[in-house]
Write a protein that binds this ligand. Structure first.
Ligand code: SIN
Length: 347
């Protein structure tokens, strides 16, 4: 009897032990589904890298594009946005795009000129006087022509986004007349046109990646720079500069591009949704960017010690005359038709 009892206990213990060991083989765990998770295995992930802060026109547009696309595709596409150059700096992002480490970027026009020199058009000083002309150029014939030039160069051009007019800043002195630029060092983006612009002003242009600008201003590697208010504000460069001239002398915009092979591999319906999401976002950024820059200028005026000067129309004419040779250089390369298209818009 005792033997029987101990055997039963022993068998029960072994049974319990085996049950716990094997329970995962028999029990199906309940999975929690929500809309985003359905079809997770087939989800298309688009990594979108850019270098500016999140609270800038481009930063917000990238985020907005991701949300619209997620909604439109009911979670089939997930756009992951990496701001602030967190993955790649502006000098690295193009190579990363071509090798498909990331699938989308939105570099400034200047940074496109290596693969498509015609994009230098938008670096020409005083090309635009009004933002409505910019909008027409970006969404019309000019934008389409420039995007088409990217075909077969490894990237698919999706859209042109706008940030706004560029302003000049300096630590050394107020920038009112062309002579004021003499012998100062200015940070520039990699662009033959911008380089020429500062050379004509007898200044020394220095190419510096966007994420290094704060340090280069802080350490006086350069004396000044040109950029939009949203970049000057969100990167706190205004704390390091003593003078700013509201000159609206140049325009900063972005070419939104995707890796071409990646694009070609996408199903037709996803390509259509991406184009729709891009059109919505482009409309949004064209409307919002100006307001954001205006608001941030008010903040700078309120919070910083920087002296701000508004260039008069007469003073602008003097700058224009001084910078005219930049146009001559651009036109030498058979780009006359593009400039004429812009001139037509303005009339
Ligand atoms: C950007 O707005 O993407 C950066 C522009 C710059 O390099 O100054």
């Amino acid at each position: 009897m005792k033997y029987f009892l101990w055997s039963t206990i022993f068998i029960l213990l072994i049974g319990t032990f085996i049950f716990f060991l094997m329970k995962d083989m028999f029990v199906t765990e309940e999975l929690f589904y929500d809309d985003d998770q359905e079809g997770l295995n087939e989800q298309i992930v688009i990594r979108f890298s850019h270098v500016v802060a999140e609270n800038t026109p481009k930063g917000l547009a990238a985020q907005q594009f991701a949300e619209i696309m997620n909604e439109k595709s009911a979670g089939r596409v997930r756009v992951e946005v990496f701001p602030n150059g967190a993955l790649f700096s502006d000098s690295e992002e193009f190579t990363a795009l071509l090798s498909n480490d990331i699938q989308m970027i939105a570099p400034s026009f200047s940074k496109m000129t290596d693969i498509a020199p015609e994009w230098e058009l938008f670096d020409l000083p005083f090309l635009f006087d009004h933002l409505k002309d910019v909008e027409e150029a970006f969404t019309g014939n000019i934008g389409q022509q420039l995007l088409a030039m990217l075909d077969d160069r490894g990237v698919k051009g999706l859209s042109l986004w706008s940030n706004g007019f560029k302003q000049m800043t300096s630590y050394q002195k107020p920038l009112v007349e062309p002579n004021d630029f003499a012998n100062q060092r200015f940070r520039i983006m990699p662009s033959r046109i911008i380089d020429k612009q500062f050379t004509l002003l007898n200044a020394n242009p220095v190419i510096i990646p966007f994420n290094d600008v704060y340090y280069s201003l802080e350490t006086f590697e350069v004396d000044g720079q040109e950029n939009t208010i949203s970049n000057i504000y969100s990167r706190r460069w205004y704390e390091l500069q003593r003078y700013m001239t509201i000159s609206n002398h140049g325009f900063l915009g972005y070419t939104v591009v995707m890796n071409e092979d990646f694009w070609n591999g996408l199903p037709d319906d996803i390509q259509t949704q991406l184009n729709e999401a891009m059109a919505e976002t482009t409309k949004w950024i064209l409307q919002e960017a100006e307001q954001m820059n205006n608001k941030m200028l008010i903040e700078i005026e309120r919070d910083s010690e920087m002296e701000i000067y508004y260039l008069t129309n007469e003073e602008k004419e003097v700058w224009k005359e001084k910078l005219q040779p930049v146009y001559d250089m651009f036109l030498q390369d058979a780009n006359r038709e593009l400039v004429e298209l812009v001139e037509k818009l303005k009339n």
